[in-house]
Design a protein around this ligand. Structure first.
Ligand SMILES: [Zn+2]
Length: 843
């Protein structure tokens, strides 16, 4: 499927580059398509909150059928979701999703933009969202996007008028868009931007509605459609051999980490948009009706149009280079128009067309994929002209902190490759390659970006680029290429990746949270990776007060770049509950390195290098526990078993088909993983065995399930009804409803202090109805909501206990939240008050 997708993409290449970093190679149909696009002067900005919110059918329709310049502004990079293809979560997931959006845009022909807003997790209401995001900063960024991109039309994915009906990020995106529509033209709003980009008034704003927002297809059919425009987004593009909806499916199938790989669709399909600002077009199928989208839109455009329309209408598919002199003439005229917006955009477009028409191949490749500053690499510059045009490579310039230009002055004769070898010492003034939005620690809701010029950009611009200064038929012409690394693999063929600058040394501790369940020391391995040959230096650890580390310092000596050396440090916790950060510091000469180098390597996106602060949370828990052996029945996947092992439990993953009475009798408790009753079919046949295990004195803990598509309605031995109640504020006050209950007192005394420092949320899908056998233990709620008392329910069943909990232990454990561990230890220990078990007992 991967391979198929890749080859389809190669054929498609409507885009700036094809698969991952492959250089773009336009064929005649694609050049013709680009000429048609060059002759359309109109733009659409699509706006939503997350990677995958965007309607690729509509984006592709606007980019390829209407031929408008089209961009998707995703307010966030999707850090908050789950990853179905690998271990990366949070900011690393945001890096993958950023690249998946770029891959989607390479497929559907759109451009990609972002704001500084962080996807901090689920939020019920835009009020909450806009409190956690810095509303003013996000609005600043939306206004900036409008002033930079200058769209004629804005389309919102979501409805700004229905807060509370969908994710708070969704509604917020639409609300901010509506506000920004007017602010962008107000010179008093964000005046610093005005100096640089001017003001801008989009003509129209729409909401990308569908029957879904009306509740049902019937209701939508009956609804008043006066303000609605509709398009057949199933149009077929014969020159591409694809339907628009097929392109759309290929684009959204780039969202692989979200499991969006999907079947393509073909045939007529109607898409609706509802006017919310601006004038209603007379032609209800033409979003640009009444807006001039021809070259006459700009002063001096008539002459340009005359030339370019001739090319469009008489395109020479056999020999596109026949159009070079006309294109160069048009380019000269475009360079003289006084409209900076269209000048910049159209010069970019026509450069790409001229390059393709001339069959130019220009590449600068490095002899290694990475290097650290101060190192020298070989660079091969390749220039090839595959047309009869008169082309000279006058000079080339390498941007490496400052521009170094080398005079060349040789003609590029037809199909006669010029190869130039250069040595390049990476400037010590350059920063290592890394996503710019992660360079500084942000807040829960926002990334911190110091360089204002980077705000909105999808990724960090490459530090090293090569300008090819050409002369084509007498016209001076510069084309810019990023420095790349080109290699091959026997089972993959030719591959490209961006050239990256890495630090001399990086260090990491594998475990991001290390729990000390008693005062015993632990051996912690620290791995140092060399970014250059012959790395010599030493490593120390920074650690919180009260802790000790031995030895203080260890030497490193690594012969080759890319190699690693692992050093083991002994970490001794304090006597009492305490937590802090453990951070390796690598000293090389007079420089110190404190970051971890993370590499992200998937076939559908370019290779990524991310630098994160190298640190692990160390937690000395004051915890006692009873019981020892735990069976874990896996659900949708969580790290709860590893976390329970960290506090000293003996955890065995029990496959549902292996559940028997004898097997269960070996365990003190059974814990069921998140959403197990939503996805594990077999469990419904094992419930009786599990409930018997409880009757005989075992404990059973069931973590959250969603209330839709449950595989059984018997998830508990007594009646229990799941709801959509959730508490998303991780700091929501927790009241102890049953303070005397064993679960809050044995073996650990749980107080409200144990609910401090929770992360992302309290919990989700709490039951809202239950049999009298259950005791609700806790009460909590989000702002302006009623108390939710179903987060932790305990029922005695025979000699054991059944516990249902929607509390998000699966989020709190990996974050090292001590109170979550202490409460869970009590849940596992309940009823074992008189069993003498040394395990976990201390002092
Ligand atoms: Zn979303």
């Amino acid at each position: 499927m991967q391979k198929l997708l890749a080859s389809v993409l190669l054929l498609l290449s409507i885009s700036l580059t094809t698969q991952a970093q492959q250089p773009e190679k336009l064929n005649a149909s694609e050049i013709h398509q680009s000429v048609k696009k060059l002759n359309f002067l109109g733009s659409v900005l699509y706006l939503a909150a997350h990677p995958d919110d965007e309607n690729t059918r509509l984006i592709s329709y606007m980019a390829n059928h209407v031929k408008a310049r089209t961009a998707y502004l995703s307010l966030t990079r999707g850090d908050g979701g789950q990853n179905l293809i690998g271990p990366e979560i949070r900011e690393l997931l945001g890096v993958i999703r950023t690249q998946e959006l770029l891959a989607a845009r390479r497929t559907d022909g759109g451009e990609q933009r972002f704001t500084r807003a962080n996807d901090f997790g689920y939020s019920k209401h835009p009020d909450e969202t806009l409190e956690i995001w810095n509303k003013d900063e996000v609005l600043n960024d939306v206004v900036l996007a409008i002033r930079q991109f200058k769209p004629d039309i804005i389309i919102n994915r979501f409805d700004h008028r229905s807060p509370g009906t969908t994710h708070g990020h969704h509604t917020s995106s639409a609300m901010l868009s509506v506000e920004a529509f007017d602010l962008a033209n107000d010179k008093n709003a964000y005046p610093d931007q005005v100096k640089q980009y001017g003001t801008w008034q989009p003509q129209r704003e729409f909401f990308n509605t569908s029957w879904w927002f009306y509740g049902s297809q019937e209701k939508f059919d009956e609804a008043d459609k006066t303000n609605l425009l509709s398009f057949d987004i199933g149009v077929y593009y014969p020159t591409l051999g694809l339907s628009n909806n097929e392109i759309a499916a290929l684009a959204s199938s780039q969202h692989l980490c979200q499991g969006f790989g999907r079947l393509s669709q073909r045939g007529s399909q109607t898409e609706y948009i509802e006017l919310i600002k601006g004038d209603l077009p007379k032609d209800k199928n033409n979003i640009f009706d009444g807006i001039n989208t021809t070259w006459t839109r700009v002063k001096g455009g008539k002459k340009i149009e005359a030339i370019l329309k001739t090319i469009e209408n008489n395109f020479n598919f056999e020999n596109p280079s026949a159009h070079l002199s006309q294109l160069l003439e048009a380019r000269q005229l475009i360079a003289n128009i006084d409209n900076p917006q269209w000048k910049t955009q159209k010069i970019k477009e026509i450069n790409r067309i001229i390059e393709a028409c001339a069959g130019l191949y220009l590449e600068a490749s490095a002899s290694a994929p990475t290097a650290s500053t101060g190192q020298t690499i070989d660079v091969t510059i390749e220039a090839l002209n595959r047309s009869n045009a008169n082309i000279t490579l006058d000079s080339y310039s390498i941007l490496n902190n400052k521009i170094n230009t080398t005079k060349y002055g040789k003609p590029l004769n037809y199909n006669n490759k010029q190869q130039i070898k250069e040595q390049l010492t990476i400037s010590t003034k350059l920063q290592p390659t890394a996503p710019y939005w992660l360079n500084k620690k942000g807040s829960l809701g926002m990334y911190t970006v110091d360089d204002k010029n980077l705000i909105g950009k999808p990724e960090t611009p490459r530090a090293i680029t090569v300008d090819f200064n050409l002369n084509i038929n007498g016209f001076a012409f510069t084309l810019k290429k990023d420095l790349i690394y080109r290699y091959s693999k026997p089972d993959k063929g030719e591959l490209y990746r961006p050239f990256e600058i890495i630090p001399e040394a990086s260090a990491k501790i594998d475990q991001k949270v290390i729990i000390f369940e008693n005062d015993q020391q632990k051996e912690i391995p620290v791995t140092v990776k060399a970014g250059k040959d012959n790395l010599e230096g030493f490593v120390t650890l920074a650690y919180p007060n009260g802790w000790s580390v031995y030895p203080e310092k260890q030497n490193i000596s690594i012969a080759n770049k890319g190699q690693e050396q692992t050093l083991v440090f002994t970490v001794i916790p304090p006597k009492n509950q305490n937590e802090g950060l453990l951070s390796p510091i690598v000293t090389i000469g007079n420089k110190t390195y404190t970051r971890e180098l993370v590499e992200i390597d998937y076939e559908h996106i370019p290779f990524q290098t991310v630098l994160l602060p190298s640190e692990s949370k160390i937690v000395r828990l004051d915890i006692q526990k009873r019981g020892n052996n735990i069976a874990y029945i896996e659900g949708a996947g969580d790290v709860v078993p590893e976390s329970l092992k960290q506090i000293g439990y003996n955890v065995m993953v029990l496959k549902p088909e292996d559940i028997t009475a004898e097997r269960l009798s070996a365990f003190d408790a059974v814990v069921v993983g998140i959403r197990a009753y939503n996805i594990v079919e077999t469990l419904k046949f094992k419930q009786d065995l599990l409930f018997d295990f409880v009757k005989n004195g075992g404990n059973m803990i069931v973590q959250y399930n969603t209330n839709r598509r449950l595989k059984t309605d018997q998830i508990a031995p007594y009646d229990l009804k799941l709801s959509r109640d959730r508490v998303t504020d991780e700091n929501a006050e927790v009241k102890l409803l049953a303070p005397k209950h064993e679960i809050l007192n044995f073996p650990n005394t749980i107080t409200t202090k144990d609910f401090e420092g929770w992360t992302q949320e309290r919990g989700l899908y709490f039951p809202n109805q239950w049999a009298p056998q259950f005791t609700p233990i806790l009460s909590m709620h989000d702002k302006n909501e009623t108390a939710k008392t179903g987060s932790l329910l305990v029922a005695k069943h025979g000699k054991g206990h059944y516990i249902y909990t929607g509390l998000s232990f699966f989020r709190e454990f990996p974050a090292g939240v001590s109170g979550a561990y202490r409460l869970f230890a009590n849940m596992l220990s309940i009823g074992k008050n008189n069993i003498n078990n040394d395990n976990g007992l201390k002092h």
